[in-house]
Design a protein around this ligand. Sequence first.
Ligand SMILES: [Zn+2]
Ligand SMILES: [Zn+2]
Ligand SMILES: [Zn+2]
Length: 151
Amino acid sequence: MQNQSSDMSIDPVNILKVHSLKHTKQRVRVLEEIALDTVAISQPELEKKLGKEIDRVTLYRILNIYEDKGILHRIMDMNGTANYAICSPSCTEDHHHDEHVHFNCTQCNKIYCLDVVAPPIQMPEGFTASAMTTTAYGVCEKCNSAAITGN
Ligand SMILES: [Zn+2]
Ligand SMILES: [Zn+2]
Ligand SMILES: [Zn+2]
């Protein structure tokens, strides 16, 4: 925590207001849980954490709304499980701008949103891409340092 200058705080109530979504306790809880960590959270993990408060169908519906509205983006991990992370502020309804690279650690299976942009890829004529995702696979910083210290 050396750099305190950038505003990393995510205010769920404000996000709902900005996207003119009705503010319900459950919607706020889902955003709070996802904003808690810098790594993406998988759907099964969310179900486990919020299972007592929110049933699966409701959770699924909330995640879909958030994805539609440009609040969350979904990243599939190597096992085909959906993971969710908070979008960049430039994301809007119908248009995601999460062109950063995703890093899927093959050891802890966590997905990181990296602040690195993939080089532009030219589409063939007649193809219009509305979103692009790049996923890198390998060993994350945490797992690498655990290997070095022998833990
Ligand atoms: Zn997005
Ligand atoms: Zn890892
Ligand atoms: Zn991301």
